[in-house]
Design a protein around this ligand. Structure first.
Ligand SMILES: *Cc1c(COP(=O)(O)O)cnc(C)c1O
Length: 370
């Protein structure tokens, strides 16, 4: 049985006629940049997430960059974030000219250690940039209560639809940054992104920055430098079709996570499972990540059985060559480094069947039980 890490064709098959019609509508209109498709999708996202404003942008990396820029974060200031994420999180801080301050993770959730993050807050701190890694929310209310004057930018690229105490990712902080990269739990047919916020003036700044800093309602009147960072109409049309299905898909991921939990718990394997989704912290399992001894050999064993897996991430961000100049060294973030050695993401996509899950579990059991 071949079980890929992610099967985008399985999802496409369930909605093909609707998506194809939406694409055709854009092609017929020949309106590709911003316009009614993007506005309609922005309104749907704002309503679904419970925020006043949603601004469609080119991708999740630019969402982070534009948000920090719109908040005025720049040279001389610091942004506190996690040592364990995709490179784009820290890259965005460097792109605006600020200094990233990395902190270690909570070894159970892989999320930024809130206590350690708060210890780093100082006079230069211009923003906190927690990452809702693998689809689970950082405890934003706790961060905000301890540091009420510092804007919190949520990197929610892996967490569309996740919530904390009933509030969606993207509505918890000063701004939420999303990615619609095809492999995310809400993915387009190419690159795309979104920034959400309750703050009208921040939304206005973002709309300007995504179009070269142009003043609203003008042409060739550029107030500040931004970039060409707009969401395009084709992506918005595809994503508008997908958005109503997302709650069901996220529920499917949680159901699959429960199936893995139940199946693994009945066996006695030396692996650690991710924490369960709870009503207080509803996880969307963008990834289902286990910790596994002899991880790389297990990965080979799975591949030989036709089962896809991935390592998110093979090292902490302080070990990325592009960030060596930040001055961190091996050993600075022991929990992130240990996770990087042990973690393995298993297939969790909503269309996965119970038979698939049993197959993955049995293949892992056969590795450890010989
Ligand atoms: C995917 C991702 C991004 C970047 O999103 P892109 O759309 O690929 O630019 C940023 N942060 C995290 C945590 C991500 O997973």
């Amino acid at each position: 049985m071949r079980i890929p890490l992610l099967d985008l064709q399985a999802q496409y098959r369930t909605i093909a006629p609707e998506v194809d019609a939406a694409v055709q509508r854009v092609v017929t209109s020949q309106r590709f940049i911003l316009g009614p498709e993007v506005e309609g999708f922005e309104a749907s996202v704002a309503e679904y997430l419970g925020v006043g404003h949603a601004v469609g942008v080119s991708n999740g990396s630019d969402a982070l960059y534009l948000t920090l820029a719109a908040l005025g974060v720049g040279p001389g200031s610091e942004v506190i974030t996690t040592a364990y994420s995709f490179v784009a999180t820290v890259e965005a801080i460097v792109r605006v000219g600020a200094r990233p301050i990395l902190v270690d993770i909570d070894p159970e959730t892989y999320l930024l250690d809130v206590h350690k993050a708060l210890e780093e807050v100082g006079p230069r701190t211009a923003a906190l940039l927690p990452v809702h890694l693998f689809g689970r929310c950082v405890d934003i209310p706790r961060l905000r209560a301890a540091a009420p004057s510092i804007p919190i930018v949520e990197d929610a690229a892996q967490a569309f639809g996740a919530s904390h105490a009933g509030i969606h990712a993207g509505a918890l902080g000063a701004a939420g940054c999303f990615s619609f990269f095809p492999a995310k739990n809400l993915g387009g047919f190419g690159d795309g992104g979104m920034v959400t916020t309750h703050d009208a003036s921040l939304a206005r700044a973002l709309r300007s920055l995504r179009a070269h800093g142009q003043r609203r309602g003008t042409t060739y009147m550029h107030e500040r430098m931004g970039g060409n960072c707009r969401l395009d109409a084709l992506q918005a049309a595809v994503l508008s079709v997908k958005l109503p299905y997302l709650p069901g898909w996220n529920a499917g991921r949680r159901r699959n996570a429960e199936r893995y939990q139940a199946a693994f718990e009945s066996l006695d394997l030396p692996i650690a499972l991710p924490p369960r989704s709870t009503p207080k912290s509803e996880d969307v399992f963008g990834q289902f990540v286990i910790r596994a001894p002899r991880r790389d050999a297990l990965r080979t064993h799975l591949a030989e059985a036709g089962i896809g897996s991935a390592i998110y991430y093979p090292h902490g961000l302080h070990r990325e060559p592009c960030f060596f100049n930040l001055g961190y060294t091996a050993g600075d973030f022991p929990h992130a480094e240990k996770a990087a050695r042990e973690c393995l993401a298993l297939p969790i996509y909503p269309e996965l069947s119970p038979t698939h899950i049993d197959e993955v579990v049995q293949t892992i059991a056969s590795f450890y039980q010989g």
